[in-house]
Design a protein around this ligand. Structure first.
Ligand code: C2E
Ligand code: MG
Ligand code: MG
Length: 706
C-alpha cells in the first residue's frame, strides 16, 4: 500500500528539504508549489494520507487551501499539518484550527519532530484504511442477504407455530455451540433474544412473529443476541420470514442470523480512532468539542457552571529536541495519566494534539472553583517526570474559561481558554489565568489591526521617514536610517511601535519589510543620482528576523542591487540582538550570505540582549548601535558611562563602528563624543523627516559645503 503525502510550499528549497526528511519506504510525496497546484493534486488523487501546508504563500495562503480542502467531501478528512515560520500566536493558530489544522510545526522544521508526527498520521491512515476495508467486506455480505440463505456462513433455523426449532443448518449449530440435531426441538426463546417481550412469552405472541405473520414478508436487520451453549451472549443480526406452506397452513417462520460481534468490534475501533487520541487514549479534539457541547447544555438546565481548562506544557519542545520523540511520547502518556488523577469522575481530560490538553470540569457551583482544579493540575505538572531514568521538570500553563460566565459554542470556549492560557504563559508560565473581557478586547483589537495592516499594504499607506546620523568629530552626515510610518486613513501618522510587533507576529512584516527595503533603496538611488548621497554615507534599513529567516531579504536585495544605482556598501541593514540569539548558528549563516552581497550589517539596540563575545566575533558585522537605555542616563550614571566605554572598546577592538541613538540633549551628545562614538543619531541632531525634507536638507548642506 503506497501512502501519499501532499507537500505544499512556494519555496522550492523547502520542498526539497521535506523530500529529504520524508524519504520513507512506501511513501510517495506529491509536491505542489502553490495553493492552486495543491488543489489540482487533491483532485487528481483521492487517497492522500496527510497534507503538509506552508502557511505563507503568495496568492493563496495555507489557510485558504485548508478551508477549500475542508469544504470538499473528497479532501475533508485529510489531516493537515501547517508549516509556518510564524511564532506561536493566538490569532493565526485559531485561524489554522478553524480551517482544519490538526497540528502546527514551526520553521525551521526539526526533522525528528516532523518525522514522528508524520509517522503518527501515516499509521492512523493505514489503520483506518484497514478497518474500512474490513467494514466494506462485512457490508457487502450484508447487502447480499438473499444469496446468503444458501450460504453456509449464516445460521438458518426453521421455527414452527409453537416456537420450536424444526430445522437448523450447520452454521447455526456452530454459532450456538450445538449440533444441528440438538437444536431441533429446542425453544426459540432459549436460543435467541429477539424482541423486548418478557422471557417466556410464547413465540406466536411475540411482536416480531406477529409483525412477520401480518406482513407475510421478511423483516431484515432485526437486532438481538445469540445465547450460546457456554453461556456467552453474542450480538446478532436476524432476518425473520414468515413461511407460506403449500397446504396453506401458516405459523412457520425461518430465521436467518449472523454473529456480528466482530463487526461491532470494528465499529467500536473506528469510533475510538475517530474520537480518541491514539497515544494517550484521551478524548481527542473532536470528542472534546462534543463533550463541551453536552456539558454546557446540561449546565444550562441544572444551573451549574462548566470550567474549561486549556493546558499547555511549558518545556515539552526541549524534551522532544533533546531526549527524542520516544521520550516525548512517554512524557505525554504520563501527563495524561496524572491529569486523569487530578479530576473527578464525570470530568473529561482531552488531548487536542501536541502538548495541548483540555479538561472539562462539570457541576461546579461557581466559576472560581475551576481554579482549584487548575491549581492541582499545575502542581501535578511541576513534579518531576522520570524520563530515561532522569528527572525532568516540565511544568504547565493553564487558561480557564467558565460557562455561563462566557457564553458561546464549544469552539468559542476553547478559543477563549486558549487565549487565557497564552496570557498565563506570558506571565511567566507555571500559573493559570481566567479568561477576561480585556483579553477578548485585545484579541479583537489585534484582529482588526491585522486586517487594517493588510489593507494598508495593498493601498500603499506606508511611508518612510529618514533620520540622519552625524559624525561627532566632523559634524558631517554619515548615514540616514529609514523608519516606517503608517499614514492612517483617519489622518493619523502611526508610529511603528504600534504596528511592527503585530506585523511581526502575523508575518506581515515580510511583505512590509520588503516594501521598506525597496522604497529605501529606490529613494537612496535618487539621492545618489542627484549627487546628494555618496559613499561612505549609508542608508540604514531595519530588518525583521522573519525576512532573514525566510530568505526573502536575500532575494529582494539581489533584485534591488542589480536594478538601482545604490552601491551595496551604501546600504546598512539593522537587526536587533535578540533576533540573532534565538538561533545564532542559522542566523550567522544567513547574515554571512547577506554580507557576501557587499551590504553592511549593524546590530541594533546592542547591550541588552546578552550576545556572547563568541557570537560577536563570528557575526559578519560592521556596526553596533548602542541601546538607548545606556544613553538615557549617561549624564547622571557613571555606570552607564563605564558600560558605553567598554562597548566602544569592544566594538573598536572588533573593527566595528559604534553608533549612539536617541541622543536627546547636547550634554548627552558631548559625553558620547568624548567616549569616542563614531556616529550619533537623535532629536538633538535631527528628528526623523520625510524624504522631501531630507532631500532639501542634503541639498542645503551641499550648497553650504560648496
Ligand atoms: P530603532 O531601529 O531603534 O529606531 C530608532 C527609533 O528611535 C526610531 O523610532 C526613532 O524615531 C527614535 N528616535 C530617534 N531619535 C530619538 C531621540 O532622540 N529620542 C527618542 N526617544 N527616540 C528617538 P521609531 O521610528 O518609532 O521606530 C521604532 C522602532 O520600530 C525602531 O527602533 C525599529 O525597531 C522599528 N522599525 C521602524 N521602522 C522599521 C522598519 O522599516 N522595519 C522594521 N522591521 N522595524 C522598524
Ligand atoms: Mg534601527
Ligand atoms: Mg535601536
Amino acid at each position: 500500500m503506497v501512502q501519499r503525502i501532499l507537500c505544499v510550499d512556494d519555496q522550492p528549497a523547502n520542498l526539497v528539504a521535506l523530500e529529504t526528511i520524508l524519504d520513507l519506504p512506501g511513501v510517495e510525496l506529491l509536491k505542489a508549489s502553490s495553493g492552486a497546484e495543491a488543489l489540482q493534486c487533491l483532485l487528481d488523487n483521492d487517497d492522500i494520507a496527510l497534507a503538509l501546508l506552508d502557511v505563507q504563500m503568495a496568492e493563496m495562503d495555507g489557510y485558504e487551501v485548508a478551508e477549500l480542502m475542508r469544504s470538499h467531501r473528497r479532501s475533508r478528512h485529510i489531516p493537515i499539518i501547517f508549516l509556518t515560520a510564524i511564532n506561536k500566536d493566538l490569532r493565526h493558530v485559531f485561524r489554522g484550527y478553524e480551517s482544519g489544522a490538526v497540528d502546527y510545526l514551526f520553521k525551521p522544521v526539526e526533522p525528528a519532530i516532523l518525522l514522528s508526527k508524520v509517522r503518527i498520521f501515516l499509521d492512523l491512515d493505514r489503520k483506518s484504511r484497514e478497518l474500512e476495508g474490513a467494514l466494506q467486506q462485512v457490508q457487502s455480505l450484508r447487502d447480499s442477504n438473499e444469496a446468503l440463505l444458501k450460504s453456509v456462513g449464516e445460521g438458518i433455523v426453521g421455527v414452527d407455530g409453537g416456537g420450536q426449532v424444526t430445522f437448523a443448518n450447520p452454521a447455526a449449530g456452530q454459532m450456538l455451540g450445538r449440533s444441528p440435531n440438538e437444536l431441533v426441538g429446542m425453544r426459540i426463546a432459549d436460543l435467541f433474544v429477539l424482541d423486548e417481550a418478557p422471557a417466556g412469552t410464547p413465540w406466536q405472541q411475540s411482536a416480531l412473529y406477529r409483525a412477520c405473520a401480518a406482513r407475510r414478508q421478511s423483516l431484515h436487520g432485526v437486532q438481538g443476541e445469540l445465547l450460546c451453549v457456554d453461556g456467552r451472549r453474542l450480538p446478532g443480526e436476524f432476518t425473520v420470514s414468515a413461511v407460506q406452506e403449500d397446504n396453506g397452513r401458516s405459523g412457520h417462520t425461518a430465521i436467518v442470523f449472523q454473529d456480528v460481534s466482530e463487526r461491532r468490534e470494528y465499529e467500536r475501533k473506528l469510533v475510538r480512532l475517530a474520537e480518541y487520541d491514539s497515544l494517550t487514549g484521551l478524548a481527542n479534539r473532536y470528542l472534546c468539542l462534543n463533550i463541551m457541547g453536552q456539558a454546557t447544555a446540561r449546565a444550562a438546565r441544572a444551573g451549574h457552571t462548566v470550567g474549561v481548562l486549556f493546558l499547555d506544557l511549558d518545556r515539552f519542545k526541549q524534551v522532544n529536541d533533546t531526549l527524542g520523540h520516544a521520550a516525548g511520547d512517554e512524557l505525554l502518556r504520563e501527563v495524561a495519566r496524572r491529569l486523569r488523577l487530578c479530576v473527578r469522575e464525570g470530568d473529561t481530560v482531552c488531548r487536542l494534539g501536541g502538548d495541548e490538553f483540555v479538561i472539562v470540569v462539570e457541576g461546579l457551583n461557581a466559576g472560581r472553583h475551576a481554579a482549584v482544579v487548575a491549581d492541582k493540575v499545575i502542581r501535578s505538572m511541576a513534579e518531576p517526570f522520570l524520563l530515561q531514568n532522569t528527572p525532568v521538570f516540565i511544568g504547565a500553563s493553564v487558561g480557564i474559561v467558565t460557562f455561563p460566565e462566557t457564553d458561546g459554542d464549544p469552539n468559542t470556549l476553547l478559543r477563549c481558554a486558549d487565549i487565557a492560557m497564552y496570557q498565563a504563559k506570558q506571565r511567566g508560565r507555571g500559573n493559570f489565568q481566567f479568561f477576561t473581557a480585556e483579553m477578548q478586547d485585545a484579541v479583537l483589537h489585534a484582529q482588526r489591526l491585522e486586517v487594517a495592516l493588510r489593507q494598508a499594504l495593498q493601498k500603499n499607506q506606508f511611508v518612510l521617514w529618514y533620520q540622519p546620523q552625524v559624525s561627532p568629530a566632523t559634524g558631517a552626515i554619515t548615514g540616514v536610517e529609514a523608519l516606517v510610518r503608517w499614514q492612517h486613513p483617519d489622518g493619523r501618522l502611526v508610529e511603528p511601535d504600534e504596528f511592527i510587533p503585530l506585523a511581526e507576529e502575523t508575518g506581515l512584516i515580510v511583505e512590509l519589510g520588503e516594501w521598506v527595503l525597496r522604497e529605501a533603496c529606490t529613494q537612496a538611488s535618487r539621492w545618489h543620482d542627484a549627487g546628494l548621497l555618496n559613499v561612505p554615507v549609508t542608508v540604514s534599513v531595519n530588518l525583521s528576523v522573519r525576512q532573514v529567516r525566510g530568505r526573502s531579504v536575500i532575494e529582494t536585495l539581489g533584485s534591488v542591487l542589480s536594478r538601482l544605482s545604490i552601491r551595496p556598501n551604501q546600504l546598512m541593514l539593522e537587526m536587533t540582538e535578540h533576533m540573532i540569539l534565538d538561533d545564532p548558528d542559522t542566523m550567522i549563516g544567513l547574515l554571512t550570505e547577506i554580507k557576501a552581497l557587499g551590504v553592511r550589517i549593524a546590530l541594533d539596540d546592542f547591550g541588552v540582549g546578552y550576545s556572547s563575545f563568541g557570537h560577536l566575533k563570528r557575526m559578519p558585522l560592521d556596526a553596533l548601535k548602542l541601546d538607548r537605555s545606556f544613553i538615557e542616563d549617561i549624564d547622571s550614571s557613571a555606570r552607564s558611562r563605564d558600560i558605553v566605554r567598554a562597548i566602544v572598546a569592544l566594538g573598536h577592538g572588533l573593527g566595528l563602528q559604534v553608533i549612539g541613538e536617541a541622543v536627546e540633549t547636547p550634554a548627552q551628545r558631548d559625553r558620547l563624543a568624548a567616549l569616542g562614538l563614531d556616529a550619533l543619531q537623535g532629536y538633538c541632531l535631527f528628528r526623523p523627516m520625510t524624504a522631501a525634507q531630507l532631500g532639501e536638507a542634503l541639498a542645503a548642506l551641499r550648497r553650504a559645503g560648496g
